[in-house]
Design a protein around this ligand. Structure first.
Ligand code: R1P
Length: 304
């Protein structure tokens, strides 16, 4: 297979370089998950049985399953993990689809709130922030500036070990519909709403202890909670989806191309209690995947 265009590589047959799909292979209503097994379970359980499921697996680990739910074309795309994979997915799918897109992420996460218990679900109705490791902090020298610069770095937090971004919001209609569908499926008491924190590592910027690296993250959860008291979940993709959706179609002159518009929302299963230490069982995971996966599909197909 040959590829052309170093700026945005496309195969001779029109397939994107990493996700591996071409025009017509992805629906405009998309559920994205991390785990390909989760994607297959939801598609096999809930997609309409009279429409064959088309699967495209890319060499870089993306799996796209396209079929229908209640007669409406939908795709489930498994992307693996992390903000880079979300970036590949959103940009490459946008490049080979026409018209507005609705995208819901359905992932797993850790909880940093008493309100979000293991085995329940969360919806990022307040949006997401990004927690990134401040790479310069760890280069060995720390802040070696002096005088006013050193003081400025301290008050602005420029040399803090982790940076927290501002909030990016989901599409409110999509997100609210998702909350009501998930509450209907799981019971209102089993659904927490709030802010998601998307980290650039499973370990350091999610405040996990790893004695093999100097991560300086003992205060991180407390720092997050102080700045964002509505933060409930920690995972690795939602912010990038909401960020790209919020920017979608925006042109240099400030106008927006409605054909490039992306509406996005995010929900997660709580796998780990990062305050207490509990972890989800396999049986509960399977149950949540099936019921919340269906609620996500319902949301997508009902959105006008
Ligand atoms: C880490 O184990 C992975 O699980 C979570 C995190 O965001 C990260 O991708 O999401 P998924 O279950 O969707 O992969």
């Amino acid at each position: 297979m040959g590829f052309t265009n170093a700026n945005f590589p496309l195969g001779d047959d029109g397939r994107t370089y990493h996700v591996g799909t071409k025009l017509g292979e992805t629906a405009n209503k998309i559920l994205t998950v991390g785990d390909p097994a989760r994607a297959k379970l939801i598609a096999q359980t809930h997609f309409d049985k009279d429409v064959p499921i088309k699967e495209v697996s890319s060499k870089r680990g993306f799996v796209t399953l396209t079929g229908a739910y209640k007669g409406v074309p939908v795709s489930i795309v498994a992307i693996g993990m992390g903000i880079s994979m979300m970036d590949f997915f959103v940009r490459e799918v946008r490049a080979v689809t026409e018209g507005p897109l609705d995208i819901i992420r359905f992932g797993s996460c850790g909880s940093i709130s008493e309100r979000a218990k293991v085995g329940t679900l969360a919806v990022a109705t307040d949006g997401a922030v990004c927690a990134t490791r401040n790479y310069d902090h760890f280069t060995g020298t720390g802040d070696n500036s002096a005088g006013l610069t050193k003081w400025l770095n301290k008050v602005t937090g420029r040399n803090d070990p982790y940076h927290l971004s501002q909030v990016v919001k989901p599409d409110s209609r999509l997100s609210n519909k998702l909350v009501s569908k998930i509450k209907e499926a799981a019971g209102a008491d089993n659904v927490a709403t709030g802010l998601n924190v998307t980290a650039d590592s499973f370990y350091s910027s999610q405040a996990r202890y790893d004695p093999r690296f100097p991560d300086d993250n003992q205060q991180l959860v407390e720092t997050i909670q102080k700045r964002y008291p509505n933060a409930i979940t920690l995972e690795m993709e939602s912010f990038m989806l909401l960020h790209l959706a919020a920017c979608s179609g925006r042109k240099a002159d400030g106008s927006v191309d409605p054909q490039l518009r992306i509406r996005a929302a995010a929900t997660t299963m709580i796998f780990a209690d990062r305050l207490g230490g509990e972890f989800i069982t396999y049986e509960v995971t399977e149950k949540l995947e099936a019921l919340a996966g269906k609620a996500c599909l319902e949301t997508l197909v009902e959105m006008q």
